[in-house]
Design a protein. Structure first.
Length: 688
């Protein structure tokens, strides 16, 4: 088949937005072997197109490699021969740079993993992957290679996308008949869908939250002593090695200069001008934090009281802070781990007061570099603790030239940091700051820090199992969820548990929960809340919260009669809305009409929305469509609240500041300009 020249471009959100960058698109199709597919932070080539390994760690901000060859160890990906490697490279190129290219690193990892399994299966069978459709017996073996139903659905979507690119690729991995055959094979073997993430029973969830908060509170109560001890330790290393930078380079070879040890005896080498402070335990006592370390990290007593336990304690508090944030924001672990120290915003509402908002990046199903998560005021405790540790650790990262910290990193560090201290010996000491260490599984955190939770308290009771099975009926089939075993915590459980609790409360609409979870479709959100009605909330409580919800709607609608709300379309549209919603209804009638869905009012960042049913624009994360910031007319269902003027002015100032530090022609800059235009339009209307 004749190959055509496609229009190519890098599509992963917030990773590479400059079309003139040499990695942005291949110079030709198929790409030349020496085309540079990735660089490091200095622009030095890291991977060429013909390489057996593509390293995107700098762009991804975490270790991220695509391995085409494999076979290095038994645990590694299966080995693939040279010809099939080349086919896999073409397929990967299309996934990344082709039409409708993947928009997140997470999705790329999934897509590449599935396609690689198909190509590896072909290689083991001794055929070219481009000929797979001619060998139905090999194609049928994919039912063993891809055992889970949800994975199979995704594989069929990927294969269909690659089939549509046949005219560009010059071949099809699986043709139309092959896809039909494969669909029948998947449907006929009786494989069930993957069971959903477990719901954490209330008793265990409450203990988990209380314990995390206790860890954070303990840190903040000793914050000044901890920061003072950290300064003391860094200065001790800098003094003995000549500078902090020298300590990173030479601490492994000049061990006689290590400050937290007894002075060398006899004829041992003694560094000129070195000071020695004895075992680190003495220093913790000096600063009054030995009891703190004994409570949280010295599981084996004072025998583990080396200076490395200082790094361990700071890391524990980081994990506790991130888990606490995830509990009250429902963020994915990648989203929480990418937050920076300025992530907490306070929206000033004249009625409700200060409302906390977490600002960050989401890149999975609904990519957004400036996403928002409404949250609980209690997260401020976690932010304060995490920011303190981030400020301490960025000093070490800045002093080590291997980390190549930018000025922005120094001014606004990540809340989740790798271990950078000169005494740590951590592999992360040699990585660029932009290459982020992934957040480990929660179970590994619990295992590494046995003093964080009491495993006896986490042991599953019959009541716990009964409650959890209401939301995951096949829970006991997994083996880990058995009576008298500790509950196996995972970060994703925090997300699903929170989603079910929100659904069950009746206080939030499905679309509001969708915004919080950052789902691209409402179906995804409802899947998360599956079986939520089994939460079995007290009937009186349900009635109380439901009534309160409709009373709030009614009060907002009642307030429309006054001058507080204005329509961006004009006075006539405001009167039209008021007449249709209020008419002669008294308050009790409004409450009943709200309950029946006959009238609607949703609060937005600029005021309110009277649209019935779901609104795809929301008015929470972005208000550009509501107010006409995108160049179109303002929404007819939008109402502007004059009381939100000062909040809007504050938001506009924040958006303009971020716009100044954003690449001018990037998608993010466009979105920020729309947002700024929308806020200006709002202010023009309410100040008129």
């Amino acid at each position: 088949m004749t190959q055509m020249t496609p229009k190519l471009g890098f599509a992963i959100c917030n990773a590479l937005s400059d079309p003139e960058h040499r990695c942005y698109r291949p110079p030709d199709w198929p790409p030349p072997p020496d085309w540079i597919v990735s660089e490091d932070v200095d622009g030095t080539p890291v991977s060429l197109w013909s390489d057996a390994l593509w390293d995107f760690s700098t762009l991804a901000g975490r270790p991220f490699k695509l391995d085409f060859a494999g076979g290095k160890t038994k645990k590694h990906a299966s080995a693939i021969g040279a010809e099939n490697q080349n086919i896999l490279r073409l397929l990967a190129t299309w996934l990344i740079w082709g039409r409708r290219g993947v928009k997140s690193w997470h999705y790329l990892k999934q897509c590449f993993g599935f396609v690689r399994r198909v190509v590896a299966l072909c290689d083991r069978a001794g055929i070219l992957a481009s000929d797979l459709s001619r060998f139905p017996a090999v194609l049928g073996e994919l039912s063993n290679a891809i055992p889970h139903a949800n994975d199979r659905k995704l594989l069929l979507i990927i294969l269909d996308r690659l089939l549509r690119a046949e005219c560009y690729l010059g071949f099809s991995l699986v043709d139309h008949d092959g896809l039909t055959f494969l669909s029948k094979v998947f449907a006929s073997d009786g494989t069930h869908a993957t069971e959903q993430t477990a719901y954490i029973p209330p008793r265990i969830w409450t203990y988990h939250v209380v314990r995390l908060r206790e860890c954070l509170d303990d840190f903040l109560q000793h914050k000044s002593q901890i920061e003072g001890c950290y300064d003391f330790c860094l200065n001790a290393y800098a003094r003995n090695f000549g500078s902090l930078s020298a300590a990173f380079a030479r601490s492994a070879t000049l061990k006689h200069r290590l400050p937290f040890r007894p002075p060398p005896k006899g004829n041992g080498p003694v560094g000129t001008g070195c000071q020695y402070f004895g075992p680190f335990l003495h220093t913790t006592r000096k600063f009054g934090i030995d009891g703190l370390f004994r409570k949280w990290v010295w599981a084996s007593g004072e025998a583990t009281a080396s200076i490395k336990s200082f790094s361990a304690y700071l890391t524990l508090v980081q994990y506790a802070g991130i888990a606490y944030l995830m509990t009250f924001t429902l963020q994915r672990k990648e989203e929480a781990a990418s937050l920076r120290s300025d992530c907490l915003l306070w929206d000033r509402d004249p009625v409700l007061g200060a409302l906390p908002i977490i600002r960050g990046e989401t890149t999975k199903t609904d990519p957004d570099t400036d996403a928002r998560w409404p949250t609980s005021p209690s997260v401020e405790v976690a932010i304060k603790a995490l920011t303190s540790i981030a400020r301490m650790r960025i000093r070490c990262a800045e002093a080590n030239p291997l980390h190549k910290c930018s000025e922005y990193d120094k001014a606004n560090p990540y809340l989740y940091q790798a271990v950078y201290e000169p005494w740590s010996g951590s592999p992360s000491r040699s990585k660029p700051y932009a290459t982020r260490s992934p957040l480990p599984a929660y179970a590994l955190v619990v295992q590494r820090f046995p003093l964080l939770f009491d495993l006896d308290v986490l042991k599953i009771t019959e009541d716990d199992l009964a409650y959890a099975r209401m939301f995951s009926p096949n829970l006991s089939k997994r083996g880990k969820f058995e009576r008298a075993l500790p509950w196996p915590l995972s970060f994703h459980q925090l997300r699903r548990t929170g989603a079910i609790n929100m659904f069950a409360s009746g206080l939030l609409s499905d679309s509001s929960i969708q915004v919080i979870l950052k789902h691209i479709t409402l179906q995804q959100t409802r899947y998360y809340g599956k079986n939520y009605s089994r939460a079995g909330l007290n009937a009186d409580y349900q009635d109380l919260t439901s009534t309160a919800r409709f009373e709030v709607i009614a009060k907002h609608i009642e307030a429309l009669v006054g001058d507080r709300y204005v329509s961006p379309i004009g006075k006539d549209r405001k009167m039209e809305i008021v007449t249709s919603l209020v008419s002669s209804k008294d308050f009790s009638m409004l409450v009943e009409a709200s309950r029946k869905g006959e009238v609607s009012f949703r609060e937005t960042r600029l005021g309110g929305c009277v649209k019935k049913g779901h609104c795809e624009y929301g008015g929470v994360e972005s208000i550009s469509r509501c107010s006409g910031g995108d160049g179109e007319k303002p929404c007819r269902d939008a109402l502007f609240d004059k009381a939100k003027r000062f909040s809007a002015e504050h938001q506009l100032e924040s958006v303009q500041h971020r716009l100044e530090h954003t690449q001018p022609d990037s998608p993010r800059a466009t979105a920020l300009r729309f947002e700024a235009n929308g806020l200006r339009s709002f202010l023009d209307v309410v100040l008129d």
